[in-house]
Design a protein around this ligand. Structure first.
Ligand code: NAD
Length: 486
């Protein structure tokens, strides 16, 4: 059977580029499609199509019209729910149960949330008293930025893409998206859905390829791209920042993390052990919010490490297509090399291995996949590289603490600052510790519980700016203040 082709989508048409690259299923290493790479001239076509669209029908559409069409996009995603799940599972290797409960429902929810929000979003207005008594009225109007370049990673491909596409379109922009080279399928499927939902040609464009000297760089460098929003590694964010500085574009960056979970002895033990296990291992540890550093109050340290070990060892590792699978492979052979290199480094740095540390064996085609064992270490110094650097795999280091101050100081001792979770039944302590976390989001007695209206982003190496709710609307629009002398 000929391999499926995944094409670029420009101005409402699927377009072939000059070169192709393989889309690999991480569960068994098989090639599932050939992806057409966009060269610089195709990226330019996509940007010009987006520019024309934003100056045309879409740019003139009312908020009510745009919101109605975004609702249709959400409906159309749900109508093709199984197709989206299958594409996401094949590209990422994530368990079908996870893609069905998280990635695809959240994609539809992103469109509905921002369609509804834009309909009720207000703008500032000020009555200004002037010395001559004539006074003035100031009010702001919200205008689209223009063409937004959206660059996304492979861990939650559709979820993170729609998190940016939905508010960008709600604000009247057009977009050119560059999904990760590892996970090109769902962004392309979304193009079909956009067409069905009546989104005009040129409003949503997809270019495939890599970062440096490929579609990612061509997009960020393009002088007709008015803003860049990016989710991915901190180093990539730094590279993009350099490139966009030449054309002075606004940027929004959601980057890496080395997140802490702090477990107090007064926590609800069972709920906490389950919650922390999910925070470490969900999506094979490949969520920017995952906890790679777990700090546990000494009184319950040994018992908690045991419980976490039990959870890790009971996770069902297997084919992503089986409903009972809880842990799939990591994204690629290259990424597994990185994760395993940290397993080796942990040993060299003197860690005690509690569980895992290697590669599972299946005796089936899955042995060709990119699986890594869920792994727990203890005993590392806080300055160890494994405690400082983002690994982005199914792994954590657990360390004891004696006082609240010590826990706060260890959790904050990082150049990243994305998320933290605090586990305690003492509400006063929950508030007190949460407010001291130097991060963009802190959970108390939960993890990854998201309200799409809240600010989302990181501090330090974890990002620039906030998206979510009004923060997204404010990033994806220009506010033009109008001052009227009365
Ligand atoms: P990555 O930075 O390697 O790639 C992300 C995207 O950027 C891809 O589409 C890639 O092709 C593109 N890219 C790479 N170099 C580029 C360049 N020079 N110019 C333009 N585009 C370029 O990240 P990844 O490996 O795909 O994803 C994992 C990383 O993403 C982890 O660090 C994780 O913490 C982070 N992440 C952060 C969030 C968040 O919300 N903060 C969410 C998910 C993932």
């Amino acid at each position: 059977m000929p391999l499926k082709s995944i094409l670029n989508y420009i101005d409402g048409q699927f377009v072939r580029g000059t070169r192709e690259f393989a889309d690999v299923n991480p569960a068994d290493g098989s090639v599932i499609a050939q992806v057409s790479e966009a060269d610089e001239s195709l990226v330019d076509d996509a940007v010009q199509a987006a520019r024309k669209a934003v100056r045309g029908e879409w740019g003139r559409s009312t908020i009510r019209e745009r919101a109605a069409r975004l609702h249709k996009v959400a409906d159309a995603i749900e109508a093709r729910f199984d197709c989206f799940v299958a594409a996401e599972v094949a590209d990422t290797g994530k368990p079908v149960a996870l893609a069905s409960r998280l990635d695809v429902p959240r994609a539809a929810a992103n469109f509905r949330a921002f369609a509804d929000l834009i309909k009720t979003a207000g703008v500032e207005s000020f009555y200004t008293e002037t010395p001559d008594g004539k006074n003035a009225l100031n009010y702001a109007v919200r205008k689209p930025l223009g063409v937004v370049g959206i660059i996304t990673p492979w861990n939650l491909p559709l979820l993170l893409l729609t998190w940016k596409v939905a508010p960008a379109l709600a604000c009247g922009n057009s977009v050119v998206v560059k999904p990760s080279e590892e996970t090109p399928a769902t962004a392309t499927l979304l193009a079909e859905v956009m067409k069905q939902a009546g989104i005009p040609d040129g409003v949503y464009n997809v270019v495939h390829g890599f970062g440096p000297n490929s579609a990612g760089e061509f997009l960020t460098r393009h002088s007709d791209v008015n803003a860049v929003t990016f989710t991915g590694e901190s180093q990539t964010g730094a590279a993009i920042m350099k490139i966009v500085s030449a054309t002075v574009k606004p940027v929004s960056f959601e980057l890496g993390g080395k997140n802490a979970a702090i477990v107090f002895a007064d926590c609800d033990f069972e709920e906490t052990a389950n919650g922390v296990s999910e925070a470490v291992f969900l999506n094979t540890g490949q969520v920017c919010l995952c906890a790679e550093r777990v700090y546990v109050e000494r009184a319950i340290f040994d018992r908690f490490v045991d419980a976490l070990k039990g959870s890790a060892e009971s996770l069902h590792i297997g084919s992503p297509l089986e409903r009972k699978t809880e842990l799939g492979p990591v994204i690629s052979s290259q990424h597994r090399e990185k994760v395993l290199s940290y397993y080796k480094l942990a040993r060299e740095e003197g860690a005690t291995l509690i569980t895992g540390g290697g590669v599972p064996e299946f005796g089936s085609a899955l042995d060709e996949g990119f699986y890594a064992q869920p792994t727990i270490y203890t005993g590392l110094r806080e300055s160890a590289r494994c405690v400082k650097e983002e690994i982005f795999g199914p792994v954590c280091h657990v360390a004891p603490f004696d006082t609240e101050e010590e826990a706060v100081s260890m959790a904050n001792d990082t150049k990243y600052g994305f998320a933290a979770s605090i586990w305690t039944t003492n509400l006063k302590r929950g508030h007190r510790v949460a407010q001291q976390m130097n991060v963009g989001i802190t959970w108390v007695n939960c993890w990854f519980l998201r309200d799409l209206r809240t600010p989302f982003g990181g501090v330090g190496l974890s990002g620039i700016g906030r998206e979510g709710g009004m923060h997204s609307l404010n990033f994806y629009s220009e506010l033009n203040n109008i001052c009227i002398r009365l």
